[in-house]
Design a protein around this ligand. Structure first.
Ligand code: FMN
Length: 400
């Protein structure tokens, strides 16, 4: 089997060193990678590093190995072109079709998917010129990953940070696996919840559940790859933020509800993959609950939590909003699922069977997606990404 060919463009941003990890992940997972840095990128990481890590020659301009016409061939032969980091300058050149070095020539000759991972200071990212260039590129079908928020080059923080290289790699894998996948969520805003809520008993103890958040993160990743703006409300997860996704961390059901209700008015679709506690302790002890000598513990009194899925379904924050729930059941899964779909009033319900190690924390799962219209879509056992794409197929069809 021939290895998929990837061109890794690197432009002159401080995050160029992080592209070394992306390169390693690409080569170690069986891709043939040709690194094409810009002249400016070589101020940050030298050509020797790129050549040694990729095992391929490295050049920045079109005047080397001219007999091989690399300025045309590299783009034509690539299965994927990813530029990481993409400077504000590179975005401008790509949007305007400039071709004054090997990377910009490659971007014009590529007919494969193109992924750009911008990284820059917040002011540069927010500048109208940059935003218009990004909009132009997205309109043409280029994947422009939304930068993360956090620590920038100096002591300052804000939007413009290079996403986790492992997550850019995951994004590239998605695009390579489905190169012709529709970008059917372009221009849409989707809201996803993930993880499991914790209900505090005292400052050190809580009632929780086994949800890892992997399914919700897979949903967020898949939606981003399909062009959506994604807000991910994450309850107690220990996972890296998916590239291009805005993550809102929460802990309790009350916090999860508040974050979802705040974001829902802007969302075209809401997918509730988080495992939410039905009950919480009736009281919260401000100090650690102590063991009393010889005495049995007090019985634990619980009260109901608000039903967030039913609330979001009943009071749609905007017309045509699609609401999707998840039902984790241990027995009689489909019957419980159908009853839950009717009770909650959502459009789709993903029903899966859970156990101590089944589904929770696992990389794969199987499920049936029930529709309020009576449809049933079985999803065979496989990676959680597959189920995520099926959910988005069904949501996209409902969004029209
Ligand atoms: C220390 C330093 C860090 C920089 N970091 C960034 C950055 O993160 N993002 C960016 O867009 N430009 C950054 N720049 C500016 C670019 O290097 C400059 O715009 C350059 O012309 C980009 O060239 P290129 O797009 O051909 O790589 C930085 C410059 C310096 C000196």
């Amino acid at each position: 089997m021939t290895k998929p060919k990837v061109v890794l463009g690197v432009s002159g941003g401080i995050a160029a060193y992080k592209a070394c990890e992306l390169l390693r992940r690409l080569t170690e997972s069986g891709h043939e990678v040709r690194v094409v840095p810009t002249e400016a990128a070589l101020h940050f990481v030298g050509a020797a590093t790129w050549a040694a890590l990729s095992g391929q020659p490295v050049s920045t301009e079109v005047w080397e190995s001219v007999h091989e016409v690399p300025h045309v061939r590299l783009g034509q032969e690539a299965d994927l072109v990813v530029v990481a980091p993409a400077t504000t300058d590179l975005l401008a050149k790509a949007a305007h079709g400039l071709a004054d070095d090997l990377l910009t020539n490659t971007l014009l000759t590529a007919r494969c998917p193109v992924v750009l991972a911008p990284a820059m200071h917040t002011e540069m990212w927010e500048h109208a010129a940059t935003q218009e260039n990004v909009a132009t590129l997205r309109r043409r079908g280029v994947h422009v990953i939304e930068p993360a928020s956090g620590r920038l080059t100096g002591a300052d923080t804000g939007k413009g940070r290079f996403p986790d290289p492992a997550e850019i790699f995951a994004y590239c894998r998605q695009v390579l696996a489905r190169p012709d996948a529709p970008r059917d969520l372009g221009g849409r805003h989707v809201l996803v919840s993930a993880g499991g809520t914790r209900e505090a008993l005292d400052p050190v103890r809580f009632l929780g559940n086994r949800s890892s958040g992997k399914q919700g993160y897979a949903l967020a990743r898949a939606a981003a790859a399909r062009g959506a703006r994604v807000t991910l409300v994450a309850a107690n997860t220990a996972l890296a933020a998916p590239a291009g996704v805005d993550v809102v961390p929460v802990s309790s059901t009350a916090e999860l509800r508040e974050a979802l209700l705040a974001a829902a008015p802007e969302a075209d679709a809401v997918v509730m993959a988080a495992a939410v506690a039905d009950f919480r302790p009736a009281t919260y002890a401000p100090g650690k609950i102590k063991k009393k000598d010889g005495a049995e513990p007090e019985p634990l009194a619980l009260v109901r939590n608000p039903d967030i899925l039913a609330e979001l379904s009943a009071h749609r924050a905007r017309a045509g909003q699609v609401v999707v729930g998840f039902a984790a059941e241990t027995d009689d899964v489909l019957a419980h699922g159908r009853a839950k779909l009717a009770r909650k009033g959502c459009d789709l319900l993903v029903v899966n069977e859970v156990g101590e190690t089944k589904t929770f924390g696992a990389e794969s799962s199987e499920a049936v997606v029930l529709g309020a219209d009576g449809s049933e879509t079985p999803v065979p056992y496989g990676p959680k990404e597959g189920l995520a794409h099926t959910v988005w197929d069904l949501v996209a069809a409902r969004l029209g």
